[in-house]
Design a protein around this ligand. Sequence first.
Ligand SMILES: NC(=O)c1ccc[n+]([C@@H]2O[C@H](COP(=O)([O-])OP(=O)(O)OC[C@H]3O[C@@H](n4cnc5c(N)ncnc54)[C@H](OP(=O)(O)O)[C@@H]3O)[C@@H](O)[C@H]2O)c1
Length: 240
Amino acid sequence: MNIGIIGAGNIGSALAVQLTSLGHSVYIANSRGPETLKDVAQKTGATPVTVQEAAQRGTDIIVVTIPLKNIPDLPNDLFDGVAPEVPIIDTSNYYPLLRDGQMPELETGDLTESEWVQQHLGRPVVKVFNNIHAEHLEKNGKPAGTPGRIALPVASDDAAAKQKVMALVEELGFDAVDDGSLHESWRQQPGTPSYGADMPADKLREHLASLGTKRTEEQHAEFLANHANMERGIIKQLQG
Ligand SMILES: NC(=O)c1ccc[n+]([C@@H]2O[C@H](COP(=O)([O-])OP(=O)(O)OC[C@H]3O[C@@H](n4cnc5c(N)ncnc54)[C@H](OP(=O)(O)O)[C@@H]3O)[C@@H](O)[C@H]2O)c1
């Protein structure tokens, strides 16, 4: 497949390594231009391109994997000319204390993170790869049927795009678990039980089901608080 990746950091590079090793052609972009991606190209085997080229050359799948706060900086016409059936993957997480600052729609819970991204991109997105650490994504994929194989939740309002992305998740060495619509994707956001937990499919399904589909105010407050604690822990570590 031809896969465009916008964002060449932890997740973009981890995906690029795995996707090129599976034989896919990968086109990768950052904010500063392809000339700054020589090391990434050498490490991953992906072709450095501009953001626009990543969208145009990713004729089978496009991955957007940049900090949430930077999504509005992407060009308004980024997906002009991209066929509607090309799935657009969103890996975003909201890190208000460490990186993104407060975003009102996410604080109130009116939108899930990926609904917010979808509104900005003006195209349906598929949320996945947001709740696994980049290093685990790069190194811990296993053949189907391996006991304890890590499962990843996949959410989208576009059923066909979701199916294509679930197939890609399996190809990368993870069990793909359907997490419903984008509005239900709060269940895989930071602070929830499966976030960063590398659960196998049966346990992940159990956790997702136990949360229900409609987020209550109590759940929203609990998961925001869990995540804020995690962020504060990271900030403390960074401060030594
Ligand atoms: N790190 C993880 O383990 C992990 C796990 C799951 C999900 N996530 C989520 O996935 C997203 C990406 O995380 P990451 O850790 O890979 O980020 P990262 O290492 O900080 O890399 C961010 C990448 O995005 C690029 N970028 C930023 N603004 C851009 C723009 N306007 N146009 C094009 N490229 C732009 C940066 O390019 P420049 O360097 O040129 O600015 C950089 O290549 C975040 O939402 C994060 O929360 C991360």
